[in-house]
Design a protein around this ligand. Structure first.
Ligand code: SAH
Ligand code: SF4
Length: 359
């Protein structure tokens, strides 16, 4: 059995464990501070922590379980990291630079079982959920990379939009959110964090009840069941008549604005008719809605193409004419495979080819 990453513990879990193991409560504050504020990479560097606690930490946990295998930097400053997990699986993490700060896109699962027909992660199927530690470690690795540059830069925003469906790994995702948000640690503001879901309605109710200030994004991608089921088979389990009441509940409970993500696929879901249907679907909640139109990043062996510029514009204008807040997502790192799951699937293809050549 591999030792777990210490980053997987929330502050309360760390404190309870240390106290149960015979250590003083204040040790938890010290350890937390060394992990998230001073950001050391080994327990033995926690200078003011007693030897007993250090030994206990070393016996039971490790700090790093991820190893970086590839790092690609784009001309626009986007950096894509490919990490190997202890069991040999690979995941990816992307750092993006915006005028409002540095945002990291994290992965929550190895592969994804939701199987959307346009997504590179979907074809790879889910191998396993990531632990909370492995999700936090992605942020810490990026932060350590920034610390090493000595430019005093901090990860200020997080989007849970990498490989995987966060609500299919709900508890670990929630622990992750609590850990990075903790004010004594990284203290990344909840309002600066966005979790994206393909629409697991039951979990949207649960998430609404958590009383977090974290933003929610819903990958809607189609305004009617027929089309949505065609591109996202999860729509069979959670069709719009189940999904929209969950969204209404979330809005009522939190009064927080929700983002609807809509990938524009050429001649599939990008006609003016669909824009009108989408506006109709959202009209009773438009004061708390924002539609993010996403130009599709074509994926090898997938049947879709990116919408043409004029169609994107027509779609956007139709939404605006119907008083729906919306914008078109600006691409980051298009020269380095920065789209969801693309680097990882390329690496897997390469590994497969190597195996074939070797046999
Ligand atoms: N599973 C969650 C979060 C990860 S996917 C979800 O589906 O919401 C994050 C976003 O990236 C989703 O909106 C997804 O539809 C989008 N996406 C996936 N593949 C894409 C591609 N090839 N081009 C553009 N966006 C893509
Ligand atoms: Fe999974 Fe999201 Fe990709 Fe769909 S879009 S297959 S839910 S990662």
């Amino acid at each position: 059995m591999h030792k777990q990453s210490i980053y997987g513990l929330t502050y309360d879990q760390l404190k309870d464990w240390l106290v149960e193991s015979g250590q003083k409560r204040f040790r938890a504050d010290q350890v937390w501070d060394w992990l998230y504020r001073k950001r050391v990479k080994s327990f033995s560097n926690m200078k003011n922590v007693n030897k007993d606690t250090i030994d206990l930490l070393e016996e039971n946990y490790v700090i790093q379980t991820l190893s970086e295998t590839v790092k690609q930097e784009s001309k626009d400053g986007t950096i894509k990291f490919l990490f190997e997990l202890q069991d040999g699986n690979h995941i990816e993490t992307v750092l993006m630079r915006f005028d409002y700060g540095l945002s990291v896109c994290v992965t929550t699962q190895v592969g994804c079982n939701i199987g959307c027909s346009f997504c590179a992660s979907g074809i790879l199927r889910k191998n396993r959920d990531l632990t909370s530690g492995e999700i936090v470690e992605q942020i810490m690795n990026v932060q350590h990379h920034l610390d090493d540059q000595e430019k005093d830069e901090r990860v200020s925003h997080i989007v849970v939009m990498g490989i995987g469906e966060p609500f299919d790994n709900y508890d670990n995702t929630l622990d992750f959110l609590r850990i990075v948000n903790d004010q004594k640690g990284l203290s990344i503001g909840a309002r600066h964090i966005t979790v994206s879901t393909s629409g697991l309605a039951d979990k949207i109710y649960e998430f609404a009840d958590e009383n977090l200030q974290v933003n929610l994004a819903l990958s809607i991608h189609a305004p009617n069941n027929e089309l949505r089921t065609k591109i996202m088979k999860i729509n069979r389990a959670y069709p719009l008549e189940k999904l929209m009441p969950a969204i209404d509940y979330y809005l009522e409970k939190t009064n927080r604005r929700i983002t609807f993500e809509y990938i524009l696929l050429d001649d599939v879901n990008d006609h003016v008719e669909e824009a009108k249907q989408l506006a109709e679907l959202l009209k009773d909640k438009r004061h708390l809605s924002y539609v993010n139109l996403i130009p599709y990043n074509p994926v090898a062996d997938h049947p879709y193409e990116r919408s043409r510029k004029q169609n994107i514009l027509n779609f956007y204008e139709t939404l605006l004419e119907n008083n729906i807040n919306c914008g078109v997502r600006v691409e980051q790192g298009s020269d380095i495979d920065a789209a969801c799951g693309q680097l990882r699937s390329k690496q897997i293809e390469k590994a497969k080819k190597k195996k074939v050549n070797a046999s």
